[in-house]
Design a protein around this ligand. Structure first.
Ligand code: M6R
Length: 605
């Protein structure tokens, strides 16, 4: 996601400090950068699309003077990458500047309200409402700090935001809810930052802000209030001993593990996605005579899930197809009534883009689902939905897979609204809202057990993943994670298919991983387990918490949180499989962030 940095210095070299700190936030991924400082009674702004060095050479970021400043690396969610959409954003008068990381859910209604009150917006971002809201409260007599506090109260969604104002030019005011924000206490001044690595050259004394905190950062000190009550709060100063490299990974050994842990947040961001895009996409899907779900690799597995979800919830039949096979298989079926739903984390996968171009050339409509705003896929699509997972640095897709699954589930639910009884959808929606906490629970409760199982089985030469129904795409994804990170020839099948060939491979001790939640597939899965067991296989089962019968049957088991609706199992059951691949890879001495021969984005056919 975006990165923010602010400095309140004893000297007036904030331009140089901000520029150097934004460079340290670069690893998070970004498409534009910018900074604002207060100098001689003015707010100076330098911002643009491109690398920080490019923005510096065209706009002189590092030469900007002033004791107080804020900076930002933007990773577009609302509004394409452009100079206007780059942060910082000013208010109408140019007296307030803000930077923001997060998603403001109610920005559309706030923007409309502010426009009616005479505010002129320059960008298409959700973030710009923050500077105008602060301005609006100040016009009504609030001081700067009070206006930021009132602004925080009416924002819905997630935010880490820092604001500066000419009326009180000696301070930065920061607020936080859900998005990370850390205050640094230094010798040359005080700071705020999205993460620790950017702070380390200046200080190792930090205060991680908590939800509801408002921090007033000036060159000599920091005060923290609770923006919900206005009262002062005490926060502990923590001394950091991390190396810069570990700090970049927030203390995790690898980006992959960090990204596995980021999944609850990534799902929260999907749940915050603007409904209007889902409505538009659903109305296109309803009009289409044929629907193709086109993608590669992990995104293809998400599409298989999407196809199950759309059929089960709304009765819509769709064809999930590997992008590189799309033309060979379906070119004669593509016409103006066809619709291609293309899913690509990067939005740049050549096979997926080629399939989209071929479909467009024949007049088909295109819906894109991607994690990268401004990517080729967003430009080629008639409508696109952002999955808002934040940049994924590990080559293996983790948080972007579970986020794609949830985007597709939301789309299937939107489609279902016109068809099946609303009550089913309403209870699914309620359970979906609780999914991020279930993901947290799945990570927390499974990691140690998975580590133990990975140690027990890491010397095996092959594994097979079996599941039924909506859990099949998760099994395919578990297989892909394991083989790409551990270089093991792993297999995966719908369990019913296992006796049509695979079973010949099974011998004493061959490890078979079953996805066995307590759902409509359970009885038949037990039958498949018995078949494998009878041939000497070692059974590793992902089971629902407290399923004593399966505990008896399996050689090893991992207990997962229960779900009332089986469509919610895939993102939850993906977690232990990601962890299994991660730990098997590290046990074998490989680097899970950079598996051999693979690229994060495959831009060649
Ligand atoms: O960026 P995309 O979603 O289009 O990428 C498609 C595949 O290359 C990708 O999902 C790949 O399979 C994963 N990195 C595997 O973990």
């Amino acid at each position: 996601m975006c990165g923010i940095f602010g400095c309140a210095l004893l000297g007036d070299n904030s331009g140089e400090v901000l520029y150097a700190s934004l460079k340290r936030l670069e690893y998070r991924g970004y498409d534009s950068a910018g900074q604002a400082t207060i100098n001689s009674g003015r707010i100076l702004v330098a911002k643009d699309v491109g690398r920080i060095d490019e923005v510096d050479s065209s706009h002189g970021m590092s030469r900007m003077r002033g004791r107080i400043g804020i900076g930002h690396t933007r990773w577009a969610t609302h509004g394409a990458p452009s100079r206007e959409n780059a942060h910082p954003h000013l208010d109408c008068s140019g007296r307030i500047a803000i930077v923001h990381n997060g998603i403001i859910e109610n920005f559309m209604e706030l923007r409309e309200l502010l426009q009616k009150r005479g505010h002129a917006f320059k960008s298409r971002t959700d973030s710009e409402v923050i500077s105008h809201l602060i301005e609006d409260f100040m016009r009504r007599g609030e001081g700067f700090v009070g206006a930021v506090r009132l602004t925080a109260e009416i924002l819905r969604g997630s935010f880490a935001s820092a604001a500066i104002c000419l009326d009180e030019p000696d301070k930065i005011v920061c607020i936080r809810r859900e998005s990370p924000l850390i205050v640094g206490i230094g010798e040359i001044g005080n700071f705020c930052s999205s993460d620790i690595p950017a702070l380390l050259p200046y200080t190792n004394k930090v205060i991680p802000l908590e939800d509801g905190d408002l921090a007033i950062v000036d060159p000599k000190g920091v005060r923290i209030l609770d923006w919900r009550t206005g009262s002062a709060v005490e926060r502990e100063v923590v001394e950091i001993s991390w190396s810069p490299e570990i700090a970049m990974k927030s203390g995790f050994a690898h980006f992959m593990l960090k990204e596995i842990y980021e999944q609850p947040m990534a799902i929260r961001n999907v749940l915050r996605g603007q409904r209007i895009y889902y409505e538009l996409a659903a109305s296109m899907l309803r009009r289409a005579s044929k629907v193709f779900l086109v993608a590669c690799g992990t995104s293809h597995h998400a599409c298989i899930f999407g196809s199950y979800a759309m059929a089960n919830l709304s009765g819509l039949a769709s064809y999930p197809v590997i992008a590189s096979e799309f033309e060979a298989q379906y070119k004669n079926l593509i016409d103006e009534d066809a619709l291609v739903l293309a899913v690509s984390q990067s939005g740049e996968t050549a096979d997926t883009l080629n399939a989209v171009r071929a479909a467009k050339a024949k007049g088909a409509s295109v819906i894109g689902i991607t994690n990268t705003m401004g990517s080729s896929l967003t430009r080629l699509s008639d409508v696109y939905i952002g999955q808002n997972s934040g940049p994924e640095i590990g080559v293996a897709a983790t948080k972007t897979f579970t986020a794609q699954v949830v985007v597709l589930l939301k789309l299937a639910m939107e489609l279902a609204k016109s068809g099946s009884p609303r009550s089913g959808i309403d209870s699914l929606a309620e359970e979906l809202a609780a999914l991020p906490s279930k993901m947290e629970e799945a990570i927390r409760t499974s990691e140690e057990k998975v580590k133990h199982i990975a140690m027990k089985y890491s010397a095996k030469g092959s594994f097979c993943f079996l599941a039924r129904g909506v859990n099949v795409p998760t099994a395919l994804e578990g297989r892909l994670k394991l083989l790409e990170l551990s270089y093991l020839p792993a297999l995966a099948y719908p369990a019913g298919e296992s006796k049509h060939g695979f079973i010949a491979v099974v011998e004493d001790g061959y490890p078979v991983i079953f996805l066995a939640p307590r759902d409509s597939t359970r009885e038949r899965i037990i039958g498949n387990m018995m078949e494998m067991k009878a041939r000497g296989a070692s059974i590793i089962a992902l089971i629902e918490r407290g399923d004593e019968e399966l505990k008896e049957l399996a050689d090893d088991f991992i207990e997962m949180p229960p779900c009332a609706n089986e469509l919610l199992y895939p993102p939850i059951y993906a977690v232990p499989l990601q962890l299994f691949a991660y730990y098997t890879s590290t046990l074998k001495g490989y680097d899970p962030d950079m598996p051999r021969n693979l690229a994060k984005s495959v831009t060649v056919v």
